[in-house]
Design a protein. Structure first.
Length: 319
């Protein structure tokens, strides 16, 4: 088989634990070479078979023998259609590592709006004691989850425990899981928007989903519904979102992602009292690190043994 060279491209957002590094270095020391890249010494990349991390354009160009790219993120659209990445390169993502933290983040946003926490935070800052009666209960609400992947499914399970009616939209409907009340394909999206008190967008960014939530879609949303976006900023027409907020068509928005990140200080989204922006922090947490490392270790083993890799991205679809 020969030595396969796998490059670990560490960044501030992606590091492996010391224990993980010691384990895989010891386990595969006769089969694999691990390197840290400094972003400048591209000569060491010329015979790389695989790369784990987010390679820069220069790194991709410096790896003519690349066969496998393991991304530390669930999102893969940036690399699935990357013009410098050869068609034969297999791309895998870290889907599955973010389910629990993502679901908890969604629940935190939903509950903050249901119980008017943004208002109480502002009152706390001003030392104001005032009860707000305009609250919602999840056991009387319908939640539409747009994108029933790992994060969407984990959120649905938890929402059912709260007593919510859960409607889901996914690209292809095969069967209905027990933790949702109904599943629709994309043709049923408008129906779900009209019936949901909370709308949770967990969609990846693809040609099909780009700008999906436009003026038409926001006009169909049940009046006063809360819009949560933890998928990708590019799936939402932000001008249409601003208009829906200004008109009162939606009751508020919880945004973990935006079309431009970081969100510019000049963006109007900052000025709304009924908008909560969480700075793309859905994946933050210790739980994801352990699951991601386990996934990477399994894929390294599969790659060296010639077995199918986990989480292979459909590069045509982008996820």
């Amino acid at each position: 088989m020969g030595v396969k060279k796998i490059v670990l491209g560490f960044t501030d957002d992606f590091k492996l634990s010391k224990t993980m590094l010691e384990t895989i270095s010891k386990t595969y020391r006769d089969q694999i070479l691990f390197l840290k890249t400094d972003g400048e010494n591209f000569e060491q990349l010329k015979d790389a078979d695989a790369f784990i991390g987010w390679p820069s354009d220069q790194m991709i160009q410096a790896m003519p023998e690349l066969k496998w790219l393991q991304l530390p993120s669930a999102g893969a659209n940036q690399f699935a259609h990357h013009p410098l990445l050869k068609e034969q390169v297999i791309v895998t993502n870290a889907s599955g590592a973010f389910g629990a933290s993502g679901a908890e983040h969604i629940l935190a946003l939903i509950l903050s709006f249901a119980r008017q926490l943004p208002l109480y935070v502002r009152q706390t800052e001003k030392h104001v004691w005032r009860e707000e009666s305009d609250v919602r209960q999840l056991d009387e609400s319908t939640v539409g989850i747009i994108g029933l992947g790992d994060i969407g499914s984990e959120a649905a399970i938890r929402l059912k425990a709260f007593g919510s009616t859960v409607l889901a939209v996914k690209r292809t409907v095969s069967n209905k899981p027990d933790y949702v009340d109904d599943v629709y394909d994309m043709e049923g999206l408008d129906t779900v928007l009209q019936e949901s008190d909370f709308i949770v967008n967990v969609l990846p960014l693809t040609a099909e989903t780009s700008g999906l939530f436009d003026r038409k879609r926001f006009s169909l949303i049940k009046k006063g519904a809360i819009f949560i976006n933890v998928g990708r900023g590019g799936t939402v027409d932000e001008q249409a979102l601003l208009e829906a907020l200004n008109s009162g068509r939606i009751g508020g928005a919880g945004l973990d992602v935006t079309s431009i990140e970081p969100l510019p200080e000049t963006s109007e989204l900052w000025r709304f009292p009924n908008v909560v922006i969480t700075s793309h922090s859905l994946g933050v947490g210790s739980g994801k690190l352990k699951k991601r490392e386990e996934l990477i270790q399994r894929n390294i083993e599969n790659y060296l043994l010639g077995k199918p890799l986990i989480n292979v991205v459909n590069r045509k679809l982008g996820y």
